[in-house]
Design a protein. Structure first.
Length: 347
């Protein structure tokens, strides 16, 4: 009987486990800190302490430091950053924001929580292009009202987000109808036609300046690639809006040595109503532009466009050539006319 009472008095108290992720380095570091706190509490309380008391003392100390002694403040758990959309929220408003604007929102929220326990809720959202101008209202103090925009301003008082998207639109080749159909379908706002045209006028000016500078640099690089310069060699080709009766044509000239763009001409029906003459007209303008820059053309390779062939042949001091692919294509068409010779086995 005495043995049974002695065994029952040695039973361990109830316990639980807390799993902490980490390797042996993390484990040794945490245990070392716990040991320091344990030594301090043992000397302060003048009694032995266990891990449960150590953790509780640490948590109480942290809560007191963060929330102070005001009992009205409560410790709220942080919301999860992963959330699932409910079926009734699939049509919620969408907008485009910039990274710095998120930082501004965080600073605004932090400043509000320092003076008020209320939450900020969206009272009104106004779309300005792809930018959202949001009116935030405090749930406790109605006087706490703030206006936040999802984009910062440029020096011309335009939104950065709208300018970036306009840049992407004009450099992508999308038609205006494709842009409006896409953004309206996504529900991310739409930049008005007037603002797009205003941006385009400024964008066009800068793009033309960059284009002129790029062509001048390309011509200088091509000229410097020749040891005996008596003219440069160019290759031209045209891309049409579509295959038959195209509304426009772009004719591009490349340097034979550097393969950089020597010139690029866009021909529309406002210049010539006959689409079949667009490539020849673009080639003529390229020749005129190079002549104005005192650049002569020695060899001109192009596809087998008959009008371009005639124009180049009539140009003095320029050798007319077809590019390799089109030349081989022409030979291939003539190959069935050649007599077939039986294979002879060679010894």
């Amino acid at each position: 009987m005495a043995t049974e009472k002695q065994d029952s008095s040695r039973k361990r108290p109830p316990n639980f486990r807390i799993e902490i992720p980490g390797d042996e380095t993390v484990k040794s570091r945490i245990l070392e800190k716990l040991q320091k706190v344990k030594g301090y509490l043992t000397s302060t309380l003048n009694k032995p302490v266990n891990n449960s008391l150590i953790i509780e003392e640490l948590l109480d100390f942290w809560i007191k430091q963060q929330l102070g002694s005001d009992n009205s403040k409560e410790l709220h758990p942080f919301p999860s950053t992963y959330s699932q959309t409910r079926s009734q929220d699939v049509d919620q408003g969408l907008f485009v924001t910039a990274e710095k604007s998120l930082d501004t929102y965080g600073e605004l929220y932090e400043a509000h929580t320092s003076i008020c326990n209320g939450k900020l809720k969206v009272l009104k959202r106004t779309m300005k292009g792809h930018v959202a101008s949001v009116r935030l209202m405090c749930t406790k103090e109605k006087s706490h009202s703030y206006l936040w925009s999802s984009s910062s301003y440029l020096p011309n008082d335009e939104f950065l987000v709208n300018h970036r998207i306009c840049h992407a639109f004009y450099s992508s080749g999308l038609l205006p109808v494709h842009y409006t159909r896409f953004v309206n379908g996504a529900g991310i706002g739409c930049i008005t036609k007037e603002r797009r045209l205003k941006f385009f006028r400024t964008y066009k000016e800068h793009a033309e300046n960059e284009s002129v500078q790029s062509v001048d640099n390309a011509i200088n690089d091509e000229i410097s690639s020749y040891d005996d310069l008596d003219g440069i060699n160019i290759m031209t080709d045209a891309r049409h809006g579509w295959r038959k009766n195209a509304k426009d044509t772009t004719v591009v000239a490349l340097g034979e040595k550097t393969h950089k763009v020597m010139d690029c001409e866009h021909i529309t029906k406002s210049q010539d109503k006959v689409a079949q003459r667009h490539e020849r007209l673009g080639t003529q303008i390229i020749y005129e532009n190079l002549e104005n820059k005192n650049v002569s053309i020695k060899i001109h390779a192009h596809d087998r466009n008959l009008a371009v062939n005639k124009f180049v042949r009539d140009t003095q001091f320029t050798v007319n050539q077809n590019d390799l692919w089109h030349a081989v294509k022409a030979v291939k068409k003539l190959s069935p006319r050649f007599p077939k010779v039986p294979n002879v086995q060679r010894v």
